[in-house]
Design a protein around this ligand. Sequence first.
Ligand SMILES: NC(=O)C1=CN([C@@H]2O[C@H](COP(=O)(O)OP(=O)(O)OC[C@H]3O[C@@H](n4cnc5c(N)ncnc54)[C@H](OP(=O)(O)O)[C@@H]3O)[C@@H](O)[C@H]2O)C=CC1
Ligand SMILES: O=C1O[C@H](COP(=O)(O)O)[C@@H](O)[C@H](O)[C@H]1O
Length: 479
Amino acid sequence: MSVSCDMLVFGGTGDLTLHKLIPALYHLHREKRLHKGVRILALARQSLDRAAYLALAERHCRAQIARSDFNPEMWASFADRLDYFSMDASQRGEFVRLAHYLGHVEGRVRVYYLATAPRLFEAIAANLEAAGLAGEQARIVLEKPIGHDLASALEINRSIGRVFAEPRIYRIDHYLGKETVQNLMALRFANSMFEPIWRSANIDHVQITVAETLGVEDRGGYYDNAGAMRDMMQNHMLQLLCLVAMEAPVRFDAESVRNEKVKVLEALKPITGLDVQDKTVRGQYIAGQIGGHDVPAYYFERHVDNDSATETFVAVHAEIDNWRWAGVPFYLRTGKRMAKKYSEIVIHFKPVPHMLFQSSLANRLVIRLQPEESISMQLMAKTPGKGMSLEQVELDLNLAHAFRQTRRWDAYERLLLDVIEGDSTLFMRHDEVEAAWRWVDPILKGWQGYYRRPRPYPAGTSGPDQARHMLERHGRRWS
Ligand SMILES: NC(=O)C1=CN([C@@H]2O[C@H](COP(=O)(O)OP(=O)(O)OC[C@H]3O[C@@H](n4cnc5c(N)ncnc54)[C@H](OP(=O)(O)O)[C@@H]3O)[C@@H](O)[C@H]2O)C=CC1
Ligand SMILES: O=C1O[C@H](COP(=O)(O)O)[C@@H](O)[C@H](O)[C@H]1O
């Protein structure tokens, strides 16, 4: 059910557009998932003519996607949809020019994708309205992070909400577009065996890890003002936590799913004041080696302050104060320049109440998002041969193998299509974003008072030792 529309991408020459959005749109085009009437207009200040922009977009697209997926004829037909418009989006007058360029087509859907710094969000929305471009058929997509703290997020939500009604605002969190993340909902809510055990009586604790080998690349200017808490924890990590912890929604629609996620966020136990020293760990990478290559310390990265106190690693012991999860720790950690790239959620079940055999093992459910997508249940089995010793074996569902014939979609492909089709189930509602900030703000404040300098960790390791100690104090280990 693809829909014809104009998609205007503000920030059309930026990293996100060239590395993620254009390749995702190209894939959708190639697989005939875009209506033939979908036109894409990239916008930025840089003065480029259409041919120069197409060359820039092609170069990046080729670099991003598998060689076998790139076909020059296919690119040429995709490029027919693509155009470039040079403008300064902070200037109201420029939008008159834009409106003129677009012309008026009654009832045509317009999607405004704001792939720019958040400081431009308010001006762009207001300028679109002033130019008569924000009618009922217009939708706006906002990239994370929405704001820098609760106050700025409220301000963004308020100013965008003045122009666009909530159902026409799509706050994107690309983790929600990842196939395994959606599979987590299928696993929990389409299999009767999990619901009875999905609670504190049976679950000892939950671990969520998103580890990257990349550093900050060219994004030091942004990252040094954000850090891992704002860049990853406030959004992606908390969204994963919500999907693990939420109750079954009444229906699989935008409002029902988001209602349940908000309840989880609102039940997060605040971490305030000195608590930050026990329940959080901040780290910053120093020089080290990844894959046999030397990599520099964070404070030597481009556009990063030499005396930066920004965290590139964060671990948190979160707790959810509700009936289902009381007393179950959720350990979350994310970091850059770690030993390997992987993202996974591990549900650690409690051991059986009375163990008959010589073993301290317990079941674990491992939901792996990256690099490969898989779900595996770790069960106890008898080691073959004499005696009764136990070993952990995996009941493994490798999703790439199970659905071998289909190319795995990138998260942005799925989410862009959802916006075009008007489905906001996998996007964040304003109160979700605000509830997440409400929990994050006191931690940031606590750090200001009691935890100013992050702990150093060598690039290529699994973060500072303090993260290990945080779990060891509870008699646990990271998976
Ligand atoms: N890069 C990524 O992987 C991710 C990025 N994001 C978010 O996406 C957003 C964009 O990030 P990213 O692409 O990295 O940023 P970049 O700095 O690479 O790109 C910013 C873009 O905005 C344009 N721009 C800046 N000022 C104006 C203006 N006044 N009028 C019109 N265009 C303007 C720039 O072009 P020009 O200077 O020519 O105007 C450029 O195209 C940010 O909010 C970021 O947090 C979120 C997730 C991942
Ligand atoms: O939003 C972001 O996500 C990426 C990690 O995304 P992934 O899909 O590669 O796991 C992160 O590198 C970036 O800093 C952050 O802004």
